[in-house]
Design a protein around this ligand. Structure first.
Ligand code: 5GP
Ligand code: MG
Ligand code: MG
Length: 183
């Protein structure tokens, strides 16, 4: 039997379970106020944003719609390729809807920029972006999320939905992976 303990591969916890919960609830409270009469369409960018999205939507107190899009930009490596591929598109039409794109983390910003432009062309009533974590020094394009949980420097992190090679997503916190794990 193979015994693994993913927690052993974490060098440092950046955002603890408690920090994440508190911040997600604050963001949800803000969205509840800002979108009270708007029935926003919450778009989850799979798979990384899955936990953030579920906790955020559950904590919001207004009516909302849910839909999911799956994109790939990283493959299995820890570096950005800059190539965005739609693996699963939204189920529903977003025309005249108030769309909120829920993203896990911004690195180069290319994924969120691509999605924002793609959705703009579908003529929504409005479009805003929210990310849990923003690596503010790493953007390769003009991008600023409308709502943001945390900012951080240049590290590769996993947990709370974020993966390395599809592992570590179910860690309850966000932490820096030991470099020897992927180098
Ligand atoms: P971007 O297009 O902004 O360079 O990267 C977007 C996507 O790459 C994110 O939505 C996320 O899925 C992935 N990504 C970026 N930085 C990290 C990171 O530090 N850890 C993990 N696990 N994924 C990341
Ligand atoms: Mg993502
Ligand atoms: Mg990934």
């Amino acid at each position: 039997m193979r015994i693994t303990n993913e927690q052993n591969d974490i060098a440092e916890v950046l955002f603890s379970q408690e920090m994440i919960k508190k911040r997600v609830d604050e963001l949800a409270a803000q969205l509840t106020v800002d979108y009270e009469q708007k029935d926003p369409l919450m778009v989850c960018v799979l798979k990384g944003a899955s936990f953030f999205y579920a906790d955020l939507c559950r904590s919001m107190k207004c009516r909302l719609f849910m839909d999911f899009i799956a994109v790939s930009s990283y493959g299995t490596s820890a570096r950005s390729t800059g190539v965005v591929k739609i693996i699963k598109d939204l189920d529903k039409n977003i025309t005249d809807k108030h769309v909120i794109i829920v993203e896990d983390i911004i690195d180069s910003g290319l994924t969120l920029k691509y999605l924002t432009e793609l959705f703009h062309a579908r003529k929504p009533a409005s479009i805003k972006t929210i990310c849990l974590v923003d690596k503010i020094n790493k953007h390769q394009c003009e991008i600023k999320p409308d709502y943001c949980g945390f900012t951080m420097g240049d590290h590769f992190v996993v947990g709370y939905g974020l993966d390395y090679s599809d592992f570590y997503r179910n860690l309850p916190y966000i932490g820096i992976l030991k470099p020897e794990t992927y180098e």
